[in-house]
Design a protein around this ligand. Sequence first.
Ligand SMILES: C[S@@+](CC[C@H](N)C(=O)[O-])C[C@H]1O[C@@H](n2cnc3c(N)ncnc32)[C@H](O)[C@@H]1O
Ligand code: SF4
Length: 438
Amino acid sequence: MLKKFLQKKIYKQITGESQFILENIPPTVNELHLKFQNIFELGIYLHIPFCRYICPYCPYNKELYHPDLIKKYTVSILKEIDYYASIAGSRPVTSFYIGGGTPTTMLNNGIETIINHLYKSFNMRCSIHIESHPNDLNYGNLNILKSVGVKYLSIGVEALQDRHLRALHRPYTTSEVKRSVERAVNMGFDCVNVDFIFALPNQTYQEIEQAGHTLVSMGVQQAATYPLFQFPYTKIGQNAIKKEPKLTLLLKRRKMLNILEHIFYNADFERSSVWAFTKAGVEKYCSVTVPLYLGLGASGGSYLNDIFFLNTFNVAEYIESIEHNKMPTALSIDLTENMQMAGWLYWRIYETRFNKKDFSRKFEIDFDSKYGRVMRFLSHIGFLKDNGQQIVLTDKGAYWLHAFEDWFSIDFISKLWGNSKNIPWPEKVVLMTDRKGN
Ligand SMILES: C[S@@+](CC[C@H](N)C(=O)[O-])C[C@H]1O[C@@H](n2cnc3c(N)ncnc32)[C@H](O)[C@@H]1O
Ligand code: SF4
């Protein structure tokens, strides 16, 4: 109750709004054409919702791999590309990310067709960032990835001790996953990122230290190290693995992240986002990097200045909708200028540094006149440094500000994704309302 009350107060303070409600009102073609009149550059996110195994902790939209479904999914994506390409015209696409699920389930199985079609249909001015599963990374698949233009590859390593891999139900051993990563590193991608989860049940600080050194010794250019988040609609969330008191968990995460920070900084890595460390001089692996983007595929989300909209999460419904020439948008929300500014700040905090000028250029308002008081307070308590032009989060600030963001967003994501997973075309999803009880 108190949490909800505080969330509402803070949300109202930051955005000036008391509601956050997504509704089943997809934008029309004409509306999209109008919105694109003010868009000069965009990113593309493509969602591949298939996995060969379902992990008990995973909140993402995915289902079990099935060859028939994949064929139909490919055809639907091609049609969705045609639809948006006719609206985006020759505007440059400067960032392209393929996420999942597990995109590498579609290697030799449709993804090449999708990528080729995308590069023919849009004015693509970027290389590809893609997520992969360690078990898919044999030499044949790695060569395909290189040949289609992947330069930034992420691998879901998750843990580097067999007992934790077993607890997470990952289908490989520590030595197998190390071999996969080393194969990928030797292929010469611009950046190989590994995802690693910490603060697992019963994980010790020594194990974190050992895993941190192993991550560095494998020669990767980047490590994204997330604490285990427990989403209520996942198996782990429902079984509620031995719940630790919130503050104990926060402090344990902080100490483990501290250990990893020391190891990476000593190995010439720099912090590139709240959870990620990238080798100095390497361009980071990351999701879509430009502020405006289109999302393709089941659960693909699009953000175009004053609107955010989301495709249905249900793969069969996504396919059927496109087969009937109906766009698969399930939910949308019009964003006020205050909401757009708050969203901008949310993502810049995640990236840990930003230029105030970028804010002023985008919103035509001086950054300090909008957020100066809050920034001065955060600077005073040691969370950030403000040199007049640029804000840089300190290690302490990166952790605690993100813990604060999580306090909001895990609830929001659980509601939005949990609902969307259960109901393919929800009438609306209420994330925040001024009505009592919500
Ligand atoms: C889409 S998956 C990565 C690619 C591939 N599907 C795999 O599992 O190897 C995205 C990553 O998010 C992270 N992740 C998933 N669920 C998480 C959770 N509950 N808490 C923290 N990180 C999580 C994992 O590191 C996972 O590798
Ligand atoms: S962690 Fe990766 S493989 Fe596991 S269910 Fe999630 S997306 Fe699929």
